[in-house]
Ligand binder design. Sequence first.
Ligand code: XMP
Length: 303
Amino acid sequence: MEPETFVKEAVTEVREQVGESANAVIALSGGVDSSVSAALAYEAIGDRLTPVYVDTGLMRKGETEEIRGTLEYMDSLRTVDERERFLDALAGVTDPERKRQVIGEQFVRVFEREARDVDADYLVQGTIYPDRIESEGDIKSHHNVGGLPEAVDFEGIVEPVRDLYKDEVREVAREFDLAMSERMPFPGPGLAVRVVGEVTEEKLHVARAANHVVEEELEAYDPWQALAAVLGRATGVKGDNRVHGHVIAVRSVESRDGMTARAQEVDWETLQRIQSRITGENPEVSRVVYDVTHKPPATIEYE
Ligand code: XMP
């Protein structure tokens, strides 16, 4: 694939599919796939495309601001603050699949509202080739807005990057100067799948801080993904006090497409620095462990 040619062809295709007067909507996750799809569609139909970014409160540190900054050249960009809605909906939910469902349902509700508001005829989606293979194989429902086509009666679905692999999408992202082109993949349900069990504001706060440390410290290892997850609680000592603090798992993996992965070998000094930063910055954390499991048998995310 030659990025410049791909962009020209994809833009023409979107224009032909949507036509001269129809409106379209796209849900931005902050990831590279939906951002590139939005950039292509925006080039094709301009402000007749409404890109919608929902702040779920499940994003990484500074991410919402970065996404807004990168895509604000699209005049029709909408950002909606739905942090409270997601936290409320997740209260008491501990089952991992249920958690994904709850998040998916809330997404659909918000997008349905936005799509109706702009009279959207078409839905643009950032589906890439491996997503199609995974959905066909029914491994896990990765599409956060998977229920959207049923909720709103769209005239059609536009998937400008449906035949590309992740590394090709990144190449196209560079054509558009999109900052997220180099970022590690981040799951749609966000930090919710990096908190084992019930998601609370406090655990999200700890997860956000720990993920930031891990991404910073492990960047040099060039991982497919490096992450931190809040596992549960264990006993520790802080100062003169016995605490029942959070246990943080640190994970760093190499992978080509996320389907399989190898845990990376990380040097002791780096691991100790991560441990000391995470426990130092977060009084609620009493223990940090490193995950040495490959995929399979583990998955990359914790839920
Ligand atoms: P797992 O945990 O299944 O993850 O080994 C494989 C890759 O997929 C990402 N992932 C998701 N991405 N929605 C997404 O958009 C999801 O629900 C989801 N779950 C996992 C994960 O980060 C990894 O890159």
